[in-house]
Design a protein around this ligand. Structure first.
Ligand SMILES: [Zn+2]
Length: 61
């Protein structure tokens, strides 16, 4: 399973191993909802959607 970053409105960013269709996780700091954000280093917009795994593994530097 891929690691996604989630950012809460309190500003806290957490990384979680979650299923692809998971959109929010509970913020460990304030127990609010942290939303999934795109990590710039592992994701490129190439007609994308959520098929980033192939790109990420083939374009590792
Ligand atoms: Zn929070």
């Amino acid at each position: 399973m891929p690691v996604y970053e989630f950012q809460c409105k309190c500003g806290h960013i957490t990384e979680e191993l979650v299923r692809m269709d998971t959109k929010t996780v509970e913020c460990p700091k304030c127990h609010g909802k942290a939303k999934k954000i795109l990590s710039a280093c592992s994701f490129e917009l190439k007609g994308g959607g959520w098929y980033a795994d192939g790109y990420a593994s083939s374009k590792k530097k």
